[in-house]
Design a protein around this ligand. Structure first.
Ligand SMILES: *Cc1c(COP(=O)(O)O)cnc(C)c1O
Length: 478
């Protein structure tokens, strides 16, 4: 059976025709796998686990593509999460723009790799062009650079590694790259809000600094870093002979979408000689907004910025970028290997992107950004982002008018956190009941109380959808 399917692509017309049919059949299977607007089939977790375990692992004889696709179509696809559903709103987890699904086919088919020019000639050049465009879009000058990464977590880690090496090198003359952590490493401190992403702690652990190096800054009533307390904490730490080396501003916190004041954080970082990173994993989408770009603040004052394309920009996972204002700090990732990125290549005009990246073999994710930007243009993206932000504003305005709800933080981007006034159990039950009906929403907590959360990214969501869900939640109150 498996002999029918070509092992790899070639110029043979029969092989090309078989490949074309495989892709066409796959597309048909995808389109045929759902016929309503729900996000999930509702299949019970134990039943699903059992039915999938029964599919087997590695058969002795291959079953061929047609039978395999048939199994995937019948048994797996119907129970995948349908991210494009307007009933799916819990996480910063986006539906993919259709043109970028086509990009994924191109990326997977050619399988170019971003580590060296000879493994991805046009891919390397397009990634460079996208990075150059992005540094400008975020207001950085010609000394800036960056790289694509697997996500916000990895982008944040790259930034904090660069910050650590910059601080140890420039302030203390210690070369972490060669000699490892300096003797004072246990005193280094990073400052970020108490509602920032856990990737800061994870990064500090992996980098040998430990969770205790992360100082959690208190936030104000809008869930933004309290600037006064930030400065007081830095001053106290200096008095205690600790070494503040980095601050991370969050541009869109995961729960509330709140945005820290980068201008004020810059002032403090300059005063005490610290690196300032902006984690704009969520809020970076505002950069292409028509109406709300100002809410992001001027990120060009930061030393580095994390941009996640698989959130507000609606690109398929994974797609993220880390940008550095001063490209020389990125040299911490450079290491020459004779078989891959010879120093002489640079003199001959070749670019080996492994020089800038933590990863070696790496996907051509930049193509997705290229195709989405070309397809939609600035106006198309502005409309996508503005719709999400407007929907959140509308949602919030409905909630605060209604005595059945509390909504503690006015949304700046597209997340709405709220609760019915009937207590924790009522809120938990509402979320479960909605899930049984095919509507998936989020749950978090604020000041020890259970809260419900809507993360609105889907541009197909309308005021009518929002009115209906609010009405349904009210019906589900005890
Ligand atoms: C999602 C998120 C991250 C992590 O990004 P991944 O792409 O999931 O690795 C980091 N910071 C914030 C604020 C986020 O919302």
């Amino acid at each position: 059976m498996e002999g029918k399917n070509p092992v790899i692509l070639s110029s043979d017309p029969k092989v090309k025709e078989t490949f074309r049919k495989m892709i066409a059949d796959t597309t048909d299977a995808i389109i045929g796998s759902y016929d309503d607007n729900t996000a999930y089939s509702g299949k019970d977790v134990y039943e699903l686990r059992k039915s999938l375990e029964d599919l087997g692992f590695l058969p002795d004889e291959g079953l061929g593509f047609d039978r395999t696709l048939e199994t995937v179509r019948k048994e797996i696809m119907p129970h995948l999460l349908r991210t494009w559903s307007t009933m799916y709103m819990p996480h910063l987890h986006a539906p993919a723009l259709t043109e970028t699904i086509a990009s994924e086919l191109i990326i997977g088919t050619f399988n170019d790799s971003m580590d060296s020019w000879d493994q991805g000639p046009a891919a390397t050049e397009i990634e460079e062009d996208m990075i150059h465009g992005l540094v400008k879009l975020f207001g950085f000058g010609s000394g800036a650079d960056g790289t694509f990464t697997s996500g916000g977590t990895q982008s944040n880690m790259a930034a904090i590694i660069a910050a650590r090496d910059w601080y140890c090198n420039r302030k203390h003359g210690c070369d972490v790259k060669k000699e490892g952590l300096p003797p004072f490493y246990g005193k280094m401190r990073l400052y970020t809000s108490e509602v920032s992403h856990f990737s800061m702690e994870k990064s500090c652990h992996v980098m040998g600094l430990g969770y205790n190096s992360v100082r959690k800054l208190p936030v104000d009533s809008k869930c933004k870093v309290d600037i006064k307390k930030f400065e007081e904490m830095v001053q106290q730490d200096i008095k205690d002979e600790l070494l503040p080396f980095c601050a991370v501003a969050t541009i869109g916190t995961t729960d509330y979408g709140s945005i820290d004041d980068v201008k004020e954080m810059r002032r403090i970082c300059d005063k005490y000689g610290m690196f300032l990173h902006a984690d704009a994993s969520y809020g970076s989408g505002l950069v292409v907004s028509g109406k709300y770009r100002d809410r992001m603040g001027d990120l060009s004052v930061c030393d580095s910025v994390t941009v996640d394309f698989h959130k507000m920009f609606l690109l398929p996972i994974s797609c993220s970028v880390i940008l550095f204002k001063d490209k020389t700090v990125q040299e911490c990732f450079e290491l020459h290997a004779d078989y891959l990125n010879r120093e002489e290549d640079e003199e001959e005009g070749y670019i080996n992107l492994v020089d800038k990246s933590l990863q070696t073999t790496r996907r051509f994710d930049a193509l997705k950004v290229f195709m989405a930007f070309q397809t939609r243009g600035k106006k198309g993206f502005a409309s996508i982002i503005d719709t999400a932000v407007e929907n959140a504003g509308y949602f919030y305005s409905r909630l605060i008018k209604d005595p059945a709800f509390i909504a503690p933080v006015e949304p700046e981007i597209s997340s709405v956190v709220f609760a019915v006034i009937d207590g924790d159990e009522a809120n938990k039950n509402i979320r479960k009941r909605l899930m049984d009906e095919g509507t998936v929403i989020g749950q978090t907590s604020k000041d020890g109380k259970v809260m419900l959360k809507f993360t609105l990214l889907n541009p197909a969501l309308t005021h009518d959808h929002i009115d209906k869900i609010i009405a349904r939640i009210k019906e589900l109150r005890p």
